[in-house]
Design a binder for this molecule. Structure first.
Ligand code: AMP
Ligand code: GLY
Length: 428
């Protein structure tokens, strides 16, 4: 089979790395890919939102299966585009159609879906510019911390959590009246604050059945001890020590099953990954958000823990035969440490040469924001490299990753050296 992966991050490199191990794979293409994916695949210089160019590439390269990495093309309807086009409608594409992609594309849509399907989540109300006064009054009736969410996609920046009522009112005005997040904050969801500890749960579904993939914990803040600005993710750990069998059973019964049943009941055909952001509040699972794709950096630990052939799983999803295959996982821990450009998530430089990539040992090096030029590899984004390792527990795995984050180097590299700090207490 010829397979095309859409995207260019560490997630797509990890998916490609796993696909490349499949005996069923003939040729792999990644659009647009990065310096890492060139080692496994042919990179195609196509924007993930340029559906016409994607179609041309699919036909020109006899692609038999497409896997969509990021959310943008899904929310923009890439799957619908395929289904409506006579020439490519029979080529399976893994990801939901635009309607179901609203689970990520609109916070309000996803809250309503959860309410209708009795999925545990925080209470909420939503407001627009026209109902700003009501929103301000509503804030007065709530307890701090105040959680304000831009309804639409805002590149991970649209959620603001504030302790002070005056600041929360100011923020609501900025979002609604001053379009702080552009179109994304035309509507704002004000949500009850949920306490607890977060984790990411991943599900693959063919629309009928589902498989729960290994869960992971990611580290979103730039600074040690979970301080400073939010990032795309500074590292991940899987399995998550506090996600024991009891908790995961509750997640399956109270969240996963109602979600998959909801897709069926509401006639939302869904073939793809569901990423459930969860709060573990004293053993009670509550949903923070849905994403309609895999997580990044979580994929860089989930794929290494998957024993079963990913291409076989993707084919089963396309054929609605997920029920017929057994999906197996490694018991070992996997961790990934994200190395970023100095300054990220604020302004940072690109184009620094990366050294040491060929000197690492005992880790899997996934590329995120990198670019190849004349055999050399350069930084090309905020998150640059993901260093993934295995271990009997996450401490052992992290130790291995940290050996290699010393070897890989460029001007002003940065990474968090405290991953797992919050999980030590859960180790036996
Ligand atoms: P989201 O984009 O919805 O995942 O929100 C980004 C981050 O904000 C989440 O990963 C949580 O850490 C935090 N967050 C979002 N909603 C809530 C909530 N209702 N209570 C507590 N924290 C939240
Ligand atoms: N790791 C969080 C995300 O992919 O959105």
């Amino acid at each position: 089979m010829n397979v095309l992966v859409l995207g260019s991050g560490g997630r797509e490199h990890a998916i490609s790395w796993k696909l490349a191990q499949s005996p069923k794979l003939s040729k792999l293409y990644v659009a647009p890919g990065n310096a890492g994916t060139t080692e496994l695949a042919e990179n195609l210089n196509i924007d993930v939102n340029d559906f016409n160019e994607i179609k041309k590439a699919v036909l020109a390269n006899n692609i038999n299966l497409v896997i969509v990495g990021p959310e943008d093309p899904l929310v923009n309807g890439v799957v619908d585009f395929f289904l409506k086009d006579e020439e490519i409608k029979n080529i399976p594409i893994i990801g939901p159609q635009a309607e179901a992609a609203q689970l990520e594309g609109s916070k309000e849509y996803s809250k309503r879906f959860m309410q209708r399907n009795n999925v545990p989540t925080a209470g909420y109300e939503s407001f627009t510019k026209e109902t700003l006064e009501k929103g301000l009054n509503y804030l007065e009736t709530q307890n701090p911390p105040y959680v304000l969410k831009a309804d639409g996609l805002a590149a991970g920046k649209g959620v603001v959590i504030l302790n002070d009522l005056t600041a929360a009112k100011k923020e609501l005005k900025a979002m609604l009246a001053d379009a702080k997040f552009g179109d994304a904050s035309r509507k704002v969801v004000i949500e009850e604050f949920m306490s607890g500890i977060e984790l990411s749960v991943f599900v693959i579904t063919d629309g009928k059945d589902y498989v729960i993939l290994p869960e992971a914990k990611d580290y979103k803040r730039i600074g040690e001890g979970d301080t400073g600005l939010n990032t795309g993710g500074m590292g991940a750990i899987s399995p998550v020590p506090f996600a024991d069998d009891n908790f995961m059973k509750r997640v399956e019964e109270e969240v996963v099953i109602p979600t998959i049943d909801g897709f069926k009941k509401e006639n939302l055909p869904y073939k793809g990954f569901v990423f459930i952001g969860l709060m573990n509040d004293d053993g009670n699972p509550r949903v923070v958000e849905y994403n309609v794709r895999m997580g990044d950096p979580e994929t860089e630990v989930v794929m290494p823990r998957l024993k079963t052939d990913l291409l076989e799983i993707m084919q089963a999803v396309a054929d609605e035969k997920l029920r017929d295959i057994e999906v197996e996982f490694e018991d070992k821990s996997a961790t990934t440490v994200i190395m970023v450009s100095g300054g990220y998530p604020e302004a940072y430089e690109k184009g620094h040469e990366i050294s040491g990539l060929d000197k690492t040992e005992g880790s899997i090096i996934f590329h995120a924001g990198t670019k190849e030029d004349n055999g050399k590899v350069f930084t090309n984004g905020g998150r640059v490299i993901a260093v993934t390792s295995y271990g009997k527990d996450f401490n052992e795995a992290l130790k291995q990753s940290y050996k290699n984050t010393e070897i890989i180097d460029w001007e002003e590299k940065y990474f968090r050296s405290d991953l797992g700090f919050d999980l030590q207490k859960y180790l036996n």
